[in-house]
Ligand binder design. Structure first.
Ligand code: HEC
Length: 175
């Protein structure tokens, strides 16, 4: 019993020391807080593991509306109005998107892995991100400013970023 007591006291003292060390690091250790700072080790992983898990749990399996010309054209107008300032168009990358941390990915440009924007993501995943936003990044939540239909229209549009689009939508997104 005495032995157990000692172990518990040691454990609590260790825990306190650890908390103190974490506090001292935050207060004096210069962790990166500026957008221009370099990310700290594992920052990307720490942010993306819970985000992926949450989206996986909650994203709808399919779009409730079809990818008709009308829906894609409406999605392109919404994109021009709400998203283009950060995410750019096919002929003009966003200047401000590059200055955010994390940067806002250009959604009409082929990335190094050959994928255009988020066209390789399930449409339900893009819908979740547009609806709920991504915490501690510049990505806003649109659940209050766009209707359900509008959220799907712009998500469907992005899911087809590597495919031919109706003329109006093509023109709006700059190709
Ligand atoms: C104020 C700038 C800003 C605006 C406006 C904005 N976004 Fe974003 N968005 C971001 C940033 C920054 C990220 C990157 C977040 C991250 O790295 O986790 C992002 C991420 C995303 C992603 C995920 C990209 C990926 O590679 O997984 C999608 C999809 C997206 N935005 C869609 C939209 C749509 C659709 C709109 C308009 C309705 C919009 N965004 C408006 C800043 C913005």
């Amino acid at each position: 019993m005495r032995h157990l007591h000692r172990t518990l006291v040691d454990f609590l003292a260790g825990l306190l020391l650890l908390l103190l060390a974490i506090y001292l690091y935050l207060a004096f250790g210069n962790p990166p807080v500026a957008t221009a700072d370099k990310p700290f080790p594992l920052e990307k992983k720490i942010a993306s593991i819970p985000l992926k898990a949450r989206i996986h749990r909650e994203m709808p399996a399919a779009s409730p509306i079809p990818a008709t010309d009308d829906n894609l054209n409406a999605g392109a107008s919404l994109y021009e109005d709400k998203c283009e300032s950060c995410h750019g168009t096919a002929d003009e990358p966003s200047a401000v998107g590059r200055t955010l941390f994390p940067i806002a990915p250009q959604l009409w440009i082929k990335h190094a892995n050959g994928v255009v924007g988020v066209s390789d993501d399930p449409v339900g995943e893009t819908y979740w991100k547009v609806k709920n936003g991504i915490r501690l990044t510049g990505m806003p939540a649109y659940s209050k400013s766009l209707s359900e239909i509008q959220l799907w229209q712009v998500s469907l549009l992005l899911s087809m970023a590597d495919k031919p689009l109706p003329d109006d939508a093509s023109h709006t997104i700059g190709r």
